[in-house]
Every structure is written in structure tokens, then in C-alpha cells.
Design a protein. Structure first.
Length: 418
């Protein structure tokens, strides 16, 4: 598994020539019919599965919403995405206006970014009650809706009742754990938390220590928010499992048990032959002294954003190598779309990310040409960033095992076998 710091990103195409009559090595196959069939979402079975130690299944939020067509889900996803990116950029600008140290230039808090895209199913309490939880690599708090509910949104599972858990223990106001919260209060001797999101969603309640069951692993005394006052569009999820770099995130609390590292693999809805890089300056991806630029990898952002100059060169190179495909009108934030209705498979260029240190992440075709509807409209799944920041979204991460070593600031990429 390759490891590399997320400091520099170069986009490349393969441009070598192939022998006549053979499938060009610098192209790969997009299975159009298979991708369209994948837009027909099936209901996710709400059953507990036996998972290996330190392993839990991840599902996309669309698995919990099956009463809408793909185009409606697609448009809703992009609208959420635009809000998320705006919040990321706002928080990043704010991070450089304060003098005290933060978690680092490439780590962004998720407290203003809204609902997530991917869910995990974990057990909470003793005995464990299983709940769907939003996962977010940019959030630093774990919380779940709790009874009694002063205000709760609808969720797929029964709302967690702490009175039925033998391991639930409210955190006192004097606890050092309470001091770790960015926004805390005190009521009747109990530590109170609150988290607000950019889309108007929020959660408020009591901070507690509770047992979490993750696959076959039982983690005791995990600090979680027990929310009695909640509002938002969390699409059936009971709460949020923050995987950020803060001490109150799930990964932060595990500490030495995982060495500050974890891996994830987003289920999707090769080889490395010779390549030639696009003529894009590496300076476009560097972090400046003012905190501009750089790149982040975010599970809550769907579409990868690149600086305008880099995106323009990238898109134009892709278009130049797909002149054989019929074009379609742009959709939402996507300006490069194709009408692939009636195609079984099509040939598309291979796309790779080059990271600082020489590591390479080559994307499957399904990760950069995606269906915008269920009748054959496919779009190039990248967009221009409104700032110098590059964001690698979850569409490009699907099907690839990604390991995060927070202690050393490295990322690792496994094979495309999720």
C-alpha cells in the first residue's frame, strides 16, 4: 500500500500509442449499462452482520432513500455538495484568522458542513442497540439522538434510550472530557454539548460515556453526545460518527488502540502503464504562507474540486480524448456531459492523481464519469473550485481502500477491491 502526504496533487492522462487493433493501454472501459443499472437503488437490509475486529460496513445514504428517481437524488446530492464546499472554504479562511494553533493546515472541522453522504451501522450501549450513523472525516464529535426527545427528526431505527443501557454515564461538568468540547455548557451538574451545521441542522444534549460496538470490537467509555434536541436532514441516520483529527472524534478517542490511524473504503454506486502528465504547475496545489491552496480529502464532499486553471486544463484534455462520444448538455455544476444512451461500454482516458513523494492513485472509470440520470446522461465528475483549495471528493474515493495515519500525517491507498 502506497503512503503519501496530501500536499501536492497532479492530474495525469495516459498518452502512449497502442498497437493497431488492440485496446489502447492509456484508455479503460466504462460499463455504461452496468452504471445505469446501479442507479436503481435497492433497500438496504436493516440487519446486523458479523464483521471482523475493527471493521464495519459503510453504505451510501441513497440506500435509505428509495422513493425517488436517480435524477432527483443526483440533483439533491449536488445541492448538498455545493453547501458543503462553501462551508469548507469558509472554515478554512477562518482557521487562518486566529493566532492559536489549530489541528493543521489540511484539517478542517466539520461543524458547519451539514449532513453526510455515507453511513455505518454500529452498536450503542449495553446491551447494544444498532443504529445507522453518518460518518464524516471532517467532524470531531460523536453523537446520537436520545430519548426523551424534546425534538427529534425521523430516523430508521428506534431512538436510543439511555435508561435501558447499563453502561451509560453522564459526564460531569468538572470532567476534563467536558473541557475538550468546542462548545459546552453545564446543567444540573451534567456537561452539555451542542453542534450546529451550515444547513441549519443542529444537535444539543448531554455528553456521556458509553459503550460502542464496532464489528466484533467493544469500545467502552466512548464520549458521545446524547441529543435530546435535534433538527436536520440526516436521512434516517441516528447521529454522526466523527472521524476528524480532534480529540473528541471517534479516532481521536481510540488513541493508542489504533495508533491514530484508520482505513475506510467507500462502496461505489488496474495497472500503471507509462503516462504523461498534463502541463499544470505544481504551484497550483501548494499551500501558501497565507493558507491558500493545498488539497484535502473529504468523505462529505461528493465532487472533486480543482483550482480553475487546473480544472480547465484537465477538462480540455479529457474532452480532446473523448471526441468519439456524443455530447450532452451540462447538468448542474457539471459542464462536460455525454449522451451514452444505447451504449454497452465506452472507451475513456485513464485518470491518475500524483501526490507529493511520488505516490499515484489511478481511478476506475466509474469514479470520474458518472450517471446523472437513468437514461444514459453521464458527466465528468469534477468541477472548478471557487478558491485555490483542491478537494478530493467521495465519488473519486469510491471502491478504493484509503488508510489515514493521523499521527504521522500520511495517507495510504490500497487496491481497488472494496
Amino acid at each position: 500500500m502506497s503512503m503519501g502526504k496530501l500536499l501536492l496533487l497532479i492530474i495525469v492522462f495516459l498518452t502512449s500509442k497502442s498497437a493497431a487493433g488492440s485496446w489502447p493501454s492509456h484508455f479503460q472501459e466504462l460499463k455504461v449499462e452496468e452504471a445505469i443499472a446501479g442507479t436503481k437503488v435497492q433497500a438496504e437490509e436493516l440487519e446486523e452482520k458479523e464483521e471482523a475486529k475493527w471493521k464495519v460496513e459503510i453504505v451510501h445514504r441513497d440506500k435509505l432513500i428509495i422513493n425517488t428517481d436517480h435524477r432527483s437524488r443526483f440533483n439533491a446530492r449536488i445541492k448538498r455538495d455545493v453547501k458543503r464546499v462553501a462551508s469548507l472554504l469558509l472554515l478554512r479562511r477562518h482557521a487562518y484568522t486566529v493566532e492559536e494553533a489549530s489541528f493543521g493546515s489540511d484539517v478542517v472541522s466539520g461543524t458547519a458542513e451539514g449532513s453526510g453522504e455515507y453511513f455505518v451501522r454500529i452498536g450503542i450501549g449495553s446491551p447494544a442497540t444498532y443504529q445507522y450513523m453518518v460518518i464524516d472525516s471532517g467532524s470531531d464529535v460523536v453523537w446520537v439522538q436520545c430519548q426523551p426527545c424534546d425534538q427529534c427528526y425521523n430516523q430508521s431505527d428506534p431512538i436510543f434510550n439511555p435508561a435501558l443501557s447499563a453502561s451509560f454515564a453522564a459526564v460531569p461538568c468538572s470532567s476534563a472530557v467536558c473541557d475538550q468540547l468546542d462548545d459546552s455548557g453545564c446543567h444540573q451538574g451534567r456537561c452539555r454539548y451542542q453542534v450546529s451545521y451550515g444547513d441549519g441542522s443542529y444537535t444539543r444534549g448531554t455528553l456521556a460515556l458509553e459503550t460502542i460496538t464496532l464489528g466484533k470490537t467493544v469500545i467502552r467509555n466512548t464520549a458521545i453526545g446524547c441529543g435530546n434536541l435535534n433538527q436536520g436532514m440526516f436521512v434516517g441516520a441516528a447521529g454522526l460518527l466523527g472521524l476528524g483529527a480532534g480529540p473528541m472524534s471517534f479516532v481521536g478517542q481510540l488513541g493508542g488502540q489504533t495508533g491514530g490511524a484508520f482505513a475506510y473504503c467507500l462502496l461505489s454506486r488496474g495497472t500503471h502503464p507509462p503516462r504523461t502528465r498534463l502541463n499544470i504547475s505544481e504551484d497550483l496545489f501548494r499551500v501558501t504562507d497565507l493558507g491558500d491552496g493545498g488539497a484535502v480529502m473529504d468523505t462529505g464532499t461528493a465532487v472533486t474540486r480543482l483550482p480553475t486553471v487546473a480544472y480547465g486544463a484537465f477538462r480540455d484534455a479529457f474532452v480532446a480524448q473523448t471526441t468519439n462520444l456524443p455530447r450532452a448538455a451540462g447538468v448542474s455544476i457539471f459542464d462536460t456531459c455525454y449522451d451514452l444512451n444505447g451504449f454497452v461500454t465506452v472507451r475513456v482516458p485513464t485518470v491518475s492523481f500524483y501526490f507529493w513523494g511520488g505516490q499515484i492513485l489511478t481511478l476506475p472509470a466509474r469514479n470520474f464519469l458518472i450517471p446523472a440520470d437513468d437514461v444514459g446522461t453521464f458527466c465528468f465528475a469534477f468541477a472548478a473550485s471557487p478558491s485555490a483549495l483542491s478537494i478530493i471528493g467521495n465519488i473519486q474515493q469510491e471502491g478504493i481502500q484509503i488508510s489515514v495515519d493521523g499521527a504521522n500525517g500520511f495517507l495510504g491507498f490500497g487496491p481497488n477491491v472494496c
